[in-house]
Design a protein. Sequence first.
Length: 76
Amino acid sequence: MNIMEIRSADILDWRERDKRSMAFMKRLLFPVLLLTALAGRVFPGSPGNERRRGMSVVAEASDLTHSIVPWFYVFR
């Protein structure tokens, strides 16, 4: 086995791991982020005093989700 064969085998292993990671993200992580984003639209404000009223925790998670999800597609 020469060095070129070893390097090509390492590259194929890296690509296979990347494919498995993306499959995991699409199957499990993306639906969770999608549900969080939708819940943020359903529950936009936190209950309480009108003066102190701000975004709910779910809405803040939704905003974070909207900024995170595109990065999965940029850096794959």
